[in-house]
Each structure stands twice: as structure tokens, then as C-alpha cells.
Design a protein around this ligand. Structure first.
Ligand code: GAP
Length: 538
């Protein structure tokens, strides 16, 4: 499947629109249309149901080190600025970016690549032609793209390409670099750090004291409420706190549809456990979260669980694995992150007790300024945990499965997109586009049609629709040829279509058609709700 086909379908059928489209759109922001909002809600609800509400704390789940509890939380988006200072986001949540003085473009330093091309005018006879790393291009075509692109920009005397595409790094002399949209060499600034947090102000006065941030992750809201949850409920370690909510990152280069957006939704769990068995819990969550995607229809070879190499690990992490999906906009063999599962040790709770921490040998220590004062002070509150039975007091370790609701939705859409050929009413083969979404995720669960708009069929169909509508998101359609109505529902991913026809008027049965197999069978019209319910559950 080409990504363009999916993007076109999403727009055409109301899954996704560019934000503020009538004003030309706003880069990195997306709106979910009538079908998209249902799909994304179903993704979130499947996650919440499977991780929180249906979890039985009395029985250890398969492959878990033991039984555990799960509760939920819904925190504010804007929190005390000290939260972000202690978590490290204020100082460290940065990307290196370069600006182009000529085109005014801004690029992520780690996403600029290029090729050397000969040029007679310069001392060493060559210049470096940079382009933004193309997500959908292979190395060879990127190299050519760089070359043709620069040629189009008419840098006089640009000759042939030498070597392979390479990343722009500190070894490249920036005065020899031709930026992606520039005509002159040397227009890129030195790389500078750019904090990804959106800033805002609370209250009427706009100054440093009133400055606040839109949260770049939901996780910190959970850490700062750890004590509230322990004190207000009867949860005992091990337990998890789950949260779904919006996060905001001022990404320098939002791209690939909703994959990297500036406003997106996260589904995060902070799982608190005893340090002694945290490795076993890490293994459990890593595998549990991978299986969740498989259960909802992401196929084996496009989905993988990848353990991070030791040098890739964050400064606090005792182990991290990513659940990744081979999105169609990526080059062959490349995968994009759907979710990270991290063993974070006691880093977060300690940070919110003590203040911003830095690594010191195998442990962490409070980061101090030149005068020996803490760079960022913690809350000073006791976030340790007392085991009432053993009287052991300790700072819990945390396992964090952190998923993106928009990325998961995008992956489910990519996986679901199918084309085949099916005969139309006249028996002629026609291309059919359909979304093979898992029935739990499908925006509309069933559609009801009268075969024709006469002979009492619409009346019966409307009655069935009324019954179904009380239980599931159902769609009613009586306009146009029935074949076209089926195809519209196939494109929306509706798993079942129910048709009232001539036989219904005689024996009270209707046909049900399966989106994927196109099999049709008859059931009594009074049994439609049970039939659909049973199939959605299967
Ligand atoms: N609390 C840990 C954390 O936030 P992360 O890897 O930065 O970790 C977790 O983000 C997940 O959030 C990612 O795996 C991804 O699914 C989603 N995510 C992160 N940045 C995103 C963006 N700019 N657009 C869409 N989803 C994003």
C-alpha cells in the first residue's frame, strides 16, 4: 500500500483532516473526522479496558510474576513548572536544530543528510548538498533527489556526485554545505538546542514567574500523584497507574501524517514494584504490551519488539524495548516506534523528592550549581512506600509502558488498508478498497440497508436499525445501489452489513454480509443484536 492512498482515503471518508485546513493548515496538528474520532476512541477504550477496567487483581495474568492492581488517573495538562525542572525536561528535552539564514527553514540536525558533489570554484573542489532525510526514499533515490534538487536551484558549476548519502555531522564544514532550500553555500547556522516544550503563562501577568508548560508527556502527572493514590486508595505494591491524555511537543519537523505531531495523545502506565523483582515485571510488561497490538490485528512481520542496545538507553533506564511497526512511509526494512517500555528504576520518584538528578557512577546524585546549591529543588515530600506487613520502606521501581494513541491508530489504519477485486451488480470485476479493522476498533459496527426503497423494506430496516443503535454504533443507508452502499461501508471498515430484502417480508429473516470474506447468511430479524454482539465478541 502506498501511504498516499491511505491519506486520500482518510480525507475522503472523514477519518483525518489537517487542522485549520481552510486557512492552509497548521503543520503538526490534525483533526479526527466523524469516522476517525470513533476509531481513535475505540483504540483508547480497548487500551483502557484491557489494561485497567477488565484487569482482575486477584489472579496473576499469564506470564506475570504475580497478581497486581491497576487504577486510573486524569491529570491536568499544565502542571507546576517545577515538575518539568525536576524531571529533566526543562534542561534536557531538546533537539539540536539548524536554521537556514537564506530560506528561513529550520531543520533537525540529526535529520539532514547529503552527498558530496564536485564544484570547480571551491578549494577542495567539492560541496556538500544537504536534504532532509526522506522517510520514504531509498538511499539511492535520496542521493539523486539531493543532486537534482540542488541542480534545480542552479548552483552554478555543480558537477558529479561522489560517494554515498551521509549524515550531516560536526565533521562537515558548514561553509561548504548547501542547505536543502538554499542557492548559496554556508547558509546554515551552527546547531543549537531547541526545547520541545510549548510555553504558556498562567494568570494575567506574563513574566518568568507565571511561565508554565504544556505537558510533553502524561507520565509526570502520575509520578507527582503517586502519594495521593497510595493514601487515598488501598492499592498495594505492585500496582500500576494508567493515564490517557494529550501531550504537546514543539517538534521541529512534524512529518509522516500523524506519526510525528505537535499535539498527540499518549496512553501511559507507570507500574510501581519492589526493586527486587522489577526486572521480572519489566519482562512481563514488554511482552504484554507487544501482544496487545497482535491481539488487535497488527501482523507478525510488520510488528516487532526491539530491545535497546545499552548505548541507546536513557540515563535512568535499566532496560528499554520498543514496540515498532513497519509503517509504509518508511524505507524497506525500517520500523517506527509505537510504544516504549522502559525500566526506569527509582529515578522519577527520587527526582520529585530530591530534585533534578544526574548520573554519578552507577547511581544518581542531586545536580548542583557552581555554589553547591541544587540546580532544581524537588518537592521534599516523602514518596517512599511502606510495606505494612514487612515494615520495609523503599522507593519503588517503575516500569513504564508508554504508547501513542495516534501512532497506534495510524498503524491500525495502515495494517487494515486492503484492495481486492469483486464483481459488481453486473458481474464486472471492480476494484474494492476496504479497511480490515479488528471489529473492536471499527468505527461503525454494523450498517442496515433496505434492498430497495419501497415495498415496506425501509420500515423493517429502520426498526432493526433502532434496535442495533441502542447497543452499537450503527449506520443506516437507503440511498443508491446496494453494491455501492456495501462498498462505502467496506471503505469505512464496517464489519457487518444487514440487508432487508424481499425474503424478509415473507419469512422475517435478513442477510448479514461479512466485510472480509463477503460471506452472506440469514438470521431472524429479531436476532440481529445478538448475532452482531456474538461476532464482535469472537
Ligand atoms: N513517558 C515516556 C515518553 O513520553 P516517548 O518515547 O517520548 O516516551 C511515548 O513517547 C510514545 O508517545 C511514543 O512511543 C509515541 O507513540 C508517542 N509519541 C511521542 N512523540 C510523538 C509525536 N510527536 N507525535 C505522535 N506520537 C508521539
Amino acid at each position: 500500500m502506498e501511504m498516499d492512498q491511505l491519506v486520500a482515503l482518510c480525507r475522503r471518508r472523514g477519518f483525518l483532516f489537517q487542522s485549520s485546513e481552510i486557512y492552509g493548515g497548521l503543520s503538526g496538528f490534525w483533526d479526527y473526522g466523524p469516522l476517525g474520532v470513533e476509531l481513535k476512541r475505540n483504540v483508547r477504550e480497548a487500551w483502557w479496558h484491557d489494561m485497567v477496567t477488565s484487569h482482575n487483581e486477584l489472579v496473576p495474568p499469564p506470564r506475570a510474576p504475580g497478581a497486581y492492581e491497576m487504577v486510573g488517573l486524569d491529570c491536568s495538562i499544565i502542571m507546576h513548572p517545577q515538575v518539568w525542572k525536576c524531571s529533566g525536561h526543562y534542561d534536557l528535552f531538546c533537539d539540536l536544530k539548524v536554521d537556514c539564514r537564506e530560506s528561513k527553514g529550520r531543520y533537525r540536525y540529526d535529520q539532514l543528510v547529503g552527498v558530496w558533489a564536485s564544484h570547480h570554484r571551491y578549494p577542495n573542489g567539492r560541496v556538500f548538498c544537504a536534504v532532509e532525510e526522506g522517510p520514504d526514499a531509498e538511499q539511492e533515490s535520496q542521493k539523486r533527489a539531493a543532486w537534482f534538487f540542488q541542480k534545480k536551484m542552479k548552483l552554478k558549476g555543480l558537477g558529479t556526485i561522489h560517494g554515498n548519502l551521509e549524515k550531516l555531522t560536526s565533521v562537515h564544514d558548514l561553509s561548504m554545505v548547501l542547505a536543502p532550500h538554499a542557492r548559496e553555500l554556508g547558509s546554515l547556522t551552527e546547531p543549537r538546542e531547541f526545547n520541545l516544550m510549548f510555553e504558556t503563562y498562567t494568570g494575567a501577568v506574563r513574566n518568568e514567574e507565571s511561565k508554565a508548560f504544556l505537558r510533553p508527556e502524561t507520565a509526570q502527572g502520575i509520578f507527582v500523584n503517586f502519594k495521593n493514590v497510595v493514601d487515598s486508595t488501598r492499592v498495594k505494591i505492585p500496582f500500576g497507574i494508567a493515564q490517557i491524555g494529550k501531550s504537546f511537543r514543539n517538534e521541529i519537523t512534524p512529518r509522516n501524517f500523524t506519526f510525528r505531531s505537535r499535539e498527540f495523545e499518549q496512553m501511559e502506565i507507570e507500574f510501581f514494584c519492589h526493586p527486587g523483582n522489577s526486572p521480572a515485571w519489566y519482562e512481563y510488561w514488554r511482552d504484554r504490551r507487544y501482544r496487545w497490538y497482535v491481539e488487535l490485528g497488527l501482523s507478525g512481520e510488520r510488528l516487532r519488539l526491539r530491545d535497546h542496545d545499552p548505548e541507546e538507553l536513557s540515563h535512568y533506564s535499566g532496560g528499554t524495548a520498543d514496540v515498532e511497526y513497519a509503517f509504509p512511509f518508511l524505507a524497506e526494512g525500517e520500523f517506527g516506534e509505537l510504544e516504549g517500555v522502559a525500566h526506569r528504576g527509582d529515578f522519577d520518584l527520587r527526582s520529585h523528592m530530591e530534585g533534578k538528578l544526574v548520573r554519578e557512577g552507577d547511581d544518581f546524585a542531586l545536580e548542583k550549581d557552581a555554589q553547591g546549591n541544587p540546580c532544581h529543588r524537588g518537592s521534599g515530600k516523602d514518596l517512599t512506600y511502606l510495606n505494612q506487613e514487612t515494615k520495609e520502606r523503599y522507593t519503588p521501581h517503575v516500569i513504564e509502558p508508554s504508547a501513542g494513541a495516534d501512532r497506534a491508530t495510524l498503524a491500525f489504519l495502515c495494517e487494515a488498508y486492503r484492495e481486492d477485486e469483486q464483481p459488481d451488480e453486473k458481474g464486472k470485476l471492480q476494484k474494492r478498497v476496504f479497511l480490515r479493522l479488528h471489529p473492536r476498533l471499527a468505527p461503525v459496527k454494523a450498517a442496515v440497508f433496505p434492498l430497495v426503497k419501497k415495498d415496506g423494506m425501509p420500515e423493517v430496516a429502520r426498526e432493526i436499525y433502532g434496535q442495533l443503535k441502542r447497543h452499537f454504533n450503527t449506520f443506516y443507508d437507503e440511498k443508491g445501489a446496494v453494491g455501492r452502499r456495501y462498498r462505502r461501508q467496506d471503505e469505512a471498515g464496517t464489519p457487518y452489513c444487514i440487508t432487508v430484502d424481499g425474503q424478509t417480508l415473507q419469512d422475517g429473516t435478513v442477510t448479514i454480509r461479512d466485510r472480509d470474506t463477503l460471506a452472506q447468511w440469514r438470521v431472524k430479524k429479531e436476532e440481529c443484536v445478538e448475532e452482531i454482539r456474538g461476532r464482535l465478541r469472537a
